[in-house]
Design a protein around this ligand. Sequence first.
Ligand code: ADP
Ligand code: MG
Length: 580
Amino acid sequence: MATTTTPAPQSNAPHFPEQVTGMYILARALKNIGIQNVYGLVGIPITEAGYLIQGQGIRFVGFRHEQQAGMAAATEGYLTKKPGVLMTVSSLGFMNGLTATANATVNCYPMIQISGASDPTMVDMNMGTYEQLDQFNTAKPLVKAAFRCSKAEDIPSAVARAYRAAVSGRPGGVYIDMTTPALGQVMNREDAEKLFYEPVDLYSPVIPNSQSVDRAVEILTSAKRPAILLGKGAAYAQVDDKIKQLVEKYNIPYLPMSMAKGLMPDDGPLSALSCRSTIMEKSDVVMVIGARLNWMLSFGRGKWNPDMKFIQLDVDPEEMDVNVPIAAPVVGDMGLALDAILAKLDGAKMSADPTWVPALQAESKEKNAKFAARIDAAKTAMPMTHWAALSAVKPIIEANPDVILVNEGANTLDDTRDAVNMSLPRHRVDCATWAIMGMGMGSMIGAAVATGKSVVAIEGDSAFGFSGMDFSTACRFKLPVTVVIFNNGGIYNGVGVPMDKTTDPAPTTLDIHARYDKLGDAFGAQTYYVQTPEELSKALTESIASKKPCLIDVQLAADSGKESGHIGYLNPAPLQDITV
Ligand code: ADP
Ligand code: MG
């Protein structure tokens, strides 16, 4: 830890000790703990803090909307295993950012939201102070941990504890209420320096108990039709080699959840990506690694083999038995759990049915051929459909595996996820567990800033609308990002028919003739408007190569796309059947 000493006075002139504010202490505390980037939007009472953070050599990425800054921080957390930091102003800024912090908590991404806040003694007395809101208690139910700093002396410890809380156990969002009395407090520099300390073991991985490992190995080795289900928790944990070893050495097919795509190659010989239903219905043992048996997996019931034995590796004991009993819970850090399982397996003989893997491979081959034919046949559709556009996008993204793919929308999400194979871990970021729209620009910026890699965001036109203004942030920071907007003129599609008695557009209708490329022009981006797969191919190839902010407006047919996704029970009435 660096300390500075006040130089001795040179003359007999009176000596006033150098003073610093709580804002400086905050900036120093962030620097001390290794934060490299802060995402935020300044204003009262954090503007000077933004400058002081920059002064510490931390990158301050200033956004147009706090929600997007928060999505960027969360994405940095997911990709790096270190908490991303969001800074917001009080009241509305805090609330806008809290959406992203809550989303990070749900998705198990480590992040810290630090918000300027009114004097709590005035808030508690309901005195109508500037931007009065009980932010601390508003945030509390939506985050993993919450702290309030009322004194500058508490700031370094709050930052260290928030860091620990964000990354330990199940990662999540942490809130620090940074009140104006703490931010504005003045201290002698000499006293302030004494507050900083090096926290020991900011992340302490927990070892699973050995009985749980024995049980899991016993069930796995006696399985006839085993499979591994990979979730984004497995990708997050950065245990890629251990998973590869488990899959390859023991010949176990794997099925990735959307953000685990690429952890093992989607087109690898043991990939069961195209055999999701078969895995659910026919496997007898599924090892769930860093995934939750939630709505995305039909809660582990219904279609799933009722005699299935689930082995589940998760850091959070509360995840066990949530929707279905878990035969072998292995609770602990993913890396240590896999180490223990691999050590116990130690080359053990598996009992798998020798026809299981070949049958899955044959099914994959047949389905992949059908899928390829479908994309091929779509190439000539004019105006383009989603599939026509993807016929151009797919080969380019697959040929640039190191590009991070951000993806949101309805059909744009479903079809891109299905069409584009990933071959590297943590190269796909999407709207994740809440399946929300409005993470695109933030996640794209966070991914580019945190990794220095090129990012392509494939966005539905509705999805882009939530965060589009923050494309200007990507331009201001000259990031190597490309936004591809699939414009079918609406939510699901652009052919909604309004109800009688109104001349207003239908609730699902947006702007089929919008020229989104002109938004990019306003901020000096390289832009394209494309109507054919050939034009899209050329535009995307040039954009990735340019390493500059680019925006491609892809004109689709208004009738391309349907009410998504694959969850009929949540969309009971098809739109065309709605009656009053
Ligand atoms: P997906 O949506 O891809 O299925 P989820 O977000 O539902 O993934 O599940 C991720 C799971 O991974 C969570 O239950 C979380 O507790 C777990 N997890 C996250 N990090 C770790 C880790 N380091 N070790 C073990 N489990 C982890
Ligand atoms: Mg999940």
